[in-house]
Write a new protein. Structure first.
Length: 205
């Protein structure tokens, strides 16, 4: 069972619709029994870091997700805020993140740039592949994805970075630590590139 975790933030229906479009059924839920039975998990999200962590805690999902991801090694894909929640902490808030990946979430700062960059960062951006992740197997040439974010992830272990992008400066736009994967962009809004990436997640993990 493919479970899209509902913790009250994000455009979950768009992810479900994209999965259906590429041939995979999924369920949007915060029900712990359904999450426990999941063979794959997706944690999307749009919004504030602290609110995301509070919502997960209030729904009693953090111990269950830790068990599924860290002990049972269930593949999980974090999207946008979901990716950021996998990190240790965020400059956006004060709460501790899930700390599944040794990384921090940092606010874009354009004050030292040669020109003014709008924040939040919105739009299509090319990504550069690092390493050889199954998430990127047979990806289209010159892949680009749709981003909407004011914060970015900085991984402390460069070996866990699988994608980088450039806005103001280079930043980590995708990581993988075993069964734990995160992307800063929205594959559900990224047409053929997003379809390929989600298909790879469904079939290669």
């Amino acid at each position: 069972m493919i479970v899209i975790v509902d913790y009250g933030l994000g455009n979950l229906g768009s992810v479900k619709n994209m999965l259906k479009h590429i041939g995979f059924d999924s369920v949007i839920t915060s029900d712990q029994q359904l999450i426990q039975s999941a063979t794959k998990l997706i944690l999307p999200g749009v919004g504030a870091f602290d609110q995301g962590m509070k919502n997960l805690e209030e729904r009693g999902l953090i111990p269950l997700l830790n068990k599924k991801v860290l002990e049972e090694k269930t593949p999980i894909l974090g999207i946008c805020l979901g990716m950021q929640l996998f990190t240790n902490k965020s400059e956006e808030g004060t709460l501790k993140g899930l700390s599944w990946v040794d990384a921090e979430t940092i606010k874009f700062d354009s004050t030292k740039a040669e020109k003014k960059f709008p924040i939040p960062h919105m739009g299509w951006v090319y990504v550069s592949e690092k390493g050889n992740s199954p998430l990127l197997k047979d990806m289209y040439e010159d892949p680009k994805f749709y981003f909407v974010h004011s914060y970015y992830v900085k991984c402390n272990d460069p070996d866990e970075v699988i994608l980088t992008s450039d806005y103001i400066h280079e930043f980590d736009s995708g990581f993988q630590k075993g069964n734990i994967l995160g992307v800063q962009f929205h594959p559900e809004k990224s047409h053929k590139y997003g379809m390929k990436l989600l298909t790879n997640f469904m079939t290669n993990f």
